[in-house]
Design a protein around this ligand. Structure first.
Ligand SMILES: Nc1nc2c(ncn2[C@@H]2O[C@H](COP(=O)(O)OP(=O)(O)OP(=O)(O)O)[C@@H](O)[C@H]2O)c(=O)[nH]1
Ligand SMILES: [Zn+2]
Length: 317
């Protein structure tokens, strides 16, 4: 069976790249699809999977960009015949099997927010997505302010890669390229932080393409249903502006503690172990570490604010 990765979807026409031959084909999807459960075949490339006997899962509506599929060539056209089980998926942008999310935060305009960073990290962790932090617009702040920001961010360095860039002058981008290898990457960040500028700086031909697509469709690209993965740095990067609106995808505030990976790491030291909510429990090591400075105070402040936010949400429903 031919296996491929869907790299583009525009007006019902899929573009997919064969995983073995690397050839690119265009084709359609017909009818409803069932997601096929797969198991990793270690003798091949990590993306190549094989079907198991117990296969069918929920019916899914349609294949999307990022899906691994099987296809055939029938009556002179390529057809998608099955969709392999998704590792994860986003609906805005509409992409599946994402390996990592580039969290773009500007040093200024808008100001850097540790609370928002912590929120993104919780959301990514709860969706099994790996974060990489990109701090943009470093040219717009003075040296001491940048040093202070770097110092505060160093706490996060053991949990994710952090890069500092000036996308306008293409400074700091060279160290970025290796992070895309073998990954499907999506960008995320508040509006105005510089996601599009970064994308265009990384992939110069992209701004041109964006214009072509807008012209062809007679409307802004991001109001259309176009999404695409670009081969870049040995992996793929989604050309969407990424996601900027963020909400927790869970409702139970008791889950929050597991998505603060630095808290989770030491929770076995709390008197109530993994059950400790690190709020008013006695002998809570998270709180002790905050007091002695081993845990960043702003991390704990974010935690408490998210706890309250989740509780309020729950009471409303
Ligand atoms: N000086 C400087 N300006 C930047 C940098 N990155 C982005 N900008 C500017 O910041 C503004 C916003 O950048 P965009 O790339 O449109 O931001 P975005 O995140 O795509 O915004 P949305 O499309 O609203 O989500 C633009 O005026 C960019 O020129 C940078 O590294 N340095
Ligand atoms: Zn605790």
């Amino acid at each position: 069976m031919n296996k491929a990765l869907i790299i583009k979807l525009i007006g019902g026409l899929y573009t997919f790249k064969d995983l073995y031959t690397k050839e690119i084909y265009e084709g359609y999807a017909k009818g409803k699809f069932r997601m096929v459960r797969v198991e990793k075949d270690s003798s091949f490339n990590k993306n190549i999977t094989k079907k198991t006997k117990k296969d069918v899962k929920n019916i899914i509506l349609s294949p999307k960009v990022g899906d691994y599929i099987s296809y055939t060539f029938e009556s002179n056209q390529y057809m998608i015949t099955e969709v392999l089980e998704r590792k994860n998926e986003l609906s805005r942008p509409d992409i599946s099997n994402i390996d990592q999310v580039l969290l773009v935060f500007s040093a200024i305009r808008p100001d850097f927010s540790f609370n928002l960073l912590d929120k993104f990290l919780v959301i990514l962790e709860s969706n099994h997505l790996k974060p990489v932090l990109i701090v943009s617009k470093i040219d717009l702040i003075d040296e001491p302010t940048l040093l202070e920001l770097k110092k505060n961010l160093s706490y996060y360095a053991s949990y994710m890669d952090i890069h500092f860039v000036n996308s306008k002058a293409r400074i700091g981008l060279d160290t970025l390229e290796h992070i895309f290898k073998d990954q499907i990457t999506v960008l995320a960040g508040q509006t105005g932080v510089g996601k599009s500028t970064l994308m265009n700086a990384l992939i110069p031909e992209l701004s041109l393409k964006t214009q072509e697509i807008s012209d062809a469709l007679g409307r802004g690209k991001h109001t259309t249903r176009h999404s695409e993965l670009y081969a870049f740095g040995g992996g793929y990067i989604a050309d969407t502006p990424g996601f900027s609106k963020i909400e927790f995808s869970f409702y139970d505030e008791k889950l929050l503690k597991d998505y603060f990976v630095d808290f989770k790491e030491i929770s076995h030291e709390c008197r109530f172990g993994s059950k400790c909510l690190h709020m008013s429990e006695p002998d809570c090591m998270v709180k002790s570490y905050v007091t002695n400075g081993s845990i960043l105070r702003s991390r704990y402040e974010s935690y408490v604010s998210f706890m309250n936010e989740l509780k309020t949400k729950k009471e409303k429903y």
